[in-house]
Design a protein around this ligand. Structure first.
Ligand SMILES: NC(=O)c1ccc[n+]([C@@H]2O[C@H](COP(=O)([O-])OP(=O)(O)OC[C@H]3O[C@@H](n4cnc5c(N)ncnc54)[C@H](OP(=O)(O)O)[C@@H]3O)[C@@H](O)[C@H]2O)c1
Length: 280
C-alpha cells in the first residue's frame, strides 16, 4: 500500500536513509526540513500544518535533541497538528539512556496517534558525517569520557528498523532500543578508524571542562555547549546507556552492523583521507 510519509530531518543522518528506503519501496515521501518546500522549521510552529497536510505517517527526528528546552512544546504542537491533519501513525527517534527525552516520548505516546518509539544509541556516523569528522581529519581527537563503554549503532540499521516499524502496524505502541552489537570506548573507536583508514590518528583524553572550553573557543553557540555537556556527562555517564540491546535482531531478524565493518566500509569511501578543508 502506498502511504504519504513526512520524514522530518529527511536530509539528516537517519532521515536521509529512511527517505531513500521509503522511496525504493515506492512510498510517497515528503522531506520535512528548513531547506524543503514547503519548509518545515521546528522553531516556527506555523510551518507544521502545511508540512503535515495530506500525510498518512511521519518519522520524527527533532533537532538538535529532545533534551533541549522547547522540545516538549514543539513535540506537543506537532502531535496535536498531526492528529488534526488525520495522520495514522508516527515514529519518534529518541536517545537511549536520555532521561530528559522521556517527556517528549510521553507526549507522543499520549497524543492519540499510533506510534512507535525508537531509542537509539550514539551513531557510528558521528565519526563520518558529523562532529567527530574534523578532528579525525586533523589527526587529533581530544575527548572526555574516554573510557565510557558505548554501543555505537549504525544509521543504516536505524533506518531499516524505522522503515519496518513505520509501515507495519504490528509494531504500534511499542518502544525499541536500538544499539550496535558491542560496546566500544572512544579510544577503541578511533583506533579502529585509524587502522582501517591507514592513518595515524592520535587520541587524547581531556576533561569535560577542557572540552567545553575548546568548543566554545571554536565558536560553538552556548545552547549547543550545554547540550554537548549533557550528552557526555548524563548520557554517556549513565550505566543504562552502556547495555547492548538485541532489538535490531527482533525487528530485522539479523545482527546489527559491527563498528569494525562500519569503519572498513567507510574507509573505502575515502572520507577519512580527505583534508580538513575539503570537508568544509
Ligand atoms: N547523533 C546521534 O548519535 C544520536 C543518537 C541518538 C539520538 N539522536 C537524535 O537524533 C536526532 C537528530 O540528531 P542528529 O544530530 O543525528 O542530526 P541529523 O538528523 O543529522 O539532523 C539534521 C537534519 O535536521 C534538519 N534540521 C536542522 N535544524 C532544523 C530545524 N530548526 N527545523 C527543522 N529541521 C531542522 C536538517 O535539515 P535542514 O538543515 O534543511 O533544516 C537535517 O535534515 C536528535 O533528536 C538526536 O537526539 C542522535
Amino acid at each position: 500500500m502506498k502511504n504519504n510519509i513526512l520524514v522530518i530531518g529527511g536530509t539528516g543522518k537517519t532521515g536521509s536513509r529512511v527517505a531513500a528506503r521509503l522511496n525504493k519501496l515506492d512510498q510517497n515521501v515528503r522531506i520535512g526540513s528548513r531547506s524543503n518546500d514547503p519548509s518545515f522549521d521546528w522553531d516556527d510552529p506555523s510551518t507544521y500544518s502545511e508540512a503535515l497536510k495530506g500525510m498518512d505517517r511521519a518519522y520524527i527526528t527533532y533537532y538538535p535533541d529532545l533534551a533541549v528546552p522547547g522540545a516538549t512544546e514543539a513535540i506537543n504542537i506537532l502531535t496535536e497538528t498531526a492528529l488534526k491533519a488525520g495522520l495514522e501513525k508516527v515514529v519518534l527517534l529518541s536517545g537511549k539512556g536520555e532521561k530528559e527525552a522521556e517527556a517528549c516520548e510521553e507526549i507522543v505516546a499520549n497524543s492519540g496517534l499510533n506510534y512507535t518509539l525508537v531509542r537509539a544509541s550514539w551513531f557510528n556516523q558521528n565519526f563520518s558525517e558529523s562532529f567527530f569528522l574534523d578532528p579525525i581529519l586533523a589527526g587529533h581527537v581530544a575527548l572526555p569520557m574516554a573510557e565510557a563503554e558505548i554501543p555505537f549503532v549504525d544509521a543504516d540499521d536505524i533506518a531499516e528498523a524505522v522503515v519496518k516499524v513505520l509501515l507495519d502496524d504490528s509494531y504500534n505502541n511499542k518502544t525499541f532500543t536500538i544499539t550496535g552489537p558491542r560496546n566500544l570506548t572512544f579510544r577503541e573507536a578511533i583506533q579502529e578508524i585509524s587502522n582501517q583508514s591507514k592513518r595515524n590518528i592520535k587520541f587524547q583524553e581531556i576533561t569535560l571542562d577542557d572540552y567545553t572550553k575548546s568548543i566554545k573557543e571554536a565558536g560553538v553557540p552556548g545552547d549547543y555547549i550545554w547540550l554537548i555537556g549533557y550528552l557526555f556527562k548524563e548520557v554517556l555517564g549513565n550505566a543504562e546507556n552502556q547495555t547492548v540491546s538485541n532489538d535490531i535482531e527482533k525487528v530485522l531478524g539479523r545482527k546489527a552492523l559491527d563498528f569494525s565493518e562500519f569503519a572498513k566500509r567507510t574507509a573505502q569511501t575515502g572520507i577519512w583521507n580527505r583534508s580538513v578543508v575539503e570537508s568544509l
